[in-house]
Design a protein around this ligand. Structure first.
Ligand SMILES: [Zn+2]
Length: 262
């Protein structure tokens, strides 16, 4: 069980996002902390193996964090609470996770049978390099971002690549199943969220005058971890089994179409 959050809108958002992470951490994280922002059509990713305090100790004085603080509007973040101890205590296992070209980044909330997914989709992963590989195993979440990369490289639009990946991944849910993942790309000013059938954690998206906030919720987590003023009314709640696209000034919802593996 992990926590994810993010923002897209008109405000510089590093502090907003770190504030949300700090509220998620006691309930769903602390064993890995990371953020990724889109700046100047580049992906800027910072992470550590520990909690938010350790993240701040590592990066607070760094040029990378200062640059994000002064220029970052679109970002997503992750606090980790892994379901097994196999992938633990190393920075490379923390989220966000990159694709091979470092043009896409993903945060994931949920658990998949990564061994089976890897075996069944082996061809798709030919030529890809995995940062989390350990004794022949690969972290489930990293398979997702390379699968998106695969479909995108074959000509799918990014939303279609995410839809295809989602359709496959949701059949490999472990424990409480497939939760949700969020993806950003260096090329687009959008956040994509695949919202899966996992029943323990839910997704909350809030619309305020300045932009859109999203974060994990469950029965231990207050739905009001974002406090920046009056929430804008007239808002549709998000449903499961959808791809949700958070643009700078609107949100779109797409039903999931099942597609066959090519
Ligand atoms: Zn790859």
């Amino acid at each position: 069980m992990c926590g994810i959050c993010g923002y897209n809108g008109k405000q510089l958002s590093l502090d907003l996002i770190l504030n949300m992470l700090g509220k998620l951490e006691p309930h769903v994280g602390g064993k890995g902390t990371g953020i990724v922002f889109r700046l100047d059509e580049q992906i800027r990713l910072l992470k550590c193996k520990g909690n938010l305090k350790e993240f701040r100790e590592k990066f607070d004085e760094s040029n990378e964090l200062i640059e994000i603080k002064n220029n970052g509007y679109l970002g997503i973040a992750h606090t980790r609470h892994p379901s097994s101890s196999f992938f633990l205590n190393e920075e490379r296992f923390s989220h966000p996770l990159y694709d091979c070209n470092r043009k896409l980044a993903l945060v994931h909330n949920g658990s998949l049978d990564s061994d089976k997914l890897y075996q069944d989709s082996r061809q798709m992963f030919d030529g890809h390099t995995f940062a989390t590989e350990k004794q022949g195993k690969i972290l489930d979440s990293e398979l997702l971002i390379h699968m998106i990369e695969h479909f995108h490289a074959k000509g799918d639009s990014l939303p279609d690549a995410i839809k295809n990946t989602f359709s496959i991944a949701k059949t490999y849910g472990k424990l409480k199943g497939f939760g949700m993942f969020a993806v950003i790309s260096n090329k687009e000013e959008n956040i994509y969220i695949a919202y899966g059938p996992h029943e323990e954690n839910s997704l909350e998206i809030k619309r305020y005058d300045d932009g859109f906030y999203f974060h994990t919720v469950n029965d231990k987590l207050n739905k009001d971890i974002v406090k920046t003023g009056e929430e804008t009314s007239g808002w549709d709640p998000c449903n499961r089994n959808q791809i949700i696209v958070i643009e700078k000034d609107r949100v779109k919802f797409y039903k999931l179409e099942m597609r066959k593996l090519v």
